[in-house]
Design a protein around this ligand. Sequence first.
Ligand code: DX5
Ligand code: ZN
Length: 221
Amino acid sequence: MEYQLCPSILSADFNRLGEQIQVLEEQGLKWLHIDVMDGDFVPSISFGMPVIRSIRRESHMFFDVHLMVTEPERYIQDFVECGADSITVHAEACEDLERTVERIRDAGVKAGIALKPATSPMEISYLLQEIDMLLLMTVQPGFGGQEYIEDSTEKIRQTRQLLKDEGVDIPIQVDGGINDQTLPLVLEAGASRIVAGSYLFRGDLRQNIGKAQKIMGRYSE
Ligand code: DX5
Ligand code: ZN
């Protein structure tokens, strides 16, 4: 299984965003997790296309765009044009999830579905063959720096089993509350795309990446 640490720039220092992305690249990280919030699907508002367009000019990382946006179908083309490599939409935010996934694929980028902690993967099992990644939120979407919801570990395990039963070989991404304590739990349960915001950006970025990579290394051997 291919493991990726996906730093969430929501916790970055926006005054030094370019510099910090450069550090991520220097440390060998390949994925950049980009959280877009609209103040409707989630209470908060983060940032949108202009920021993505501007970091795209300098970065070769894989732009993993997580849309916490109501009816994200409206913006797929815009996000592709400003540099997304992958677009993940919330099952709870789409009127027609199947069509939205199809539109993402038609736009030529990878498609992911995100589920809030209370949403069962069974609800989208009919679409598992159509997506490239399944994102399980391990906090309520909307803010960085929250505490990991403990029930998530079992949900990851069950989802891994569901994917196996369905014969679908896609990665599980987890997002929210990842730190030294919770990282081993999600890896053990079967997640391989690990989003981390405050864990990496609070304190020394290089050191924090090193710590996370060390833990992940034990699972990717
Ligand atoms: C939350 C976002 C996350 C957030 C994670 O709604 O989707 O990506 O940045 O932050 P931490 O890792 O600090 O919980
Ligand atoms: Zn996210």
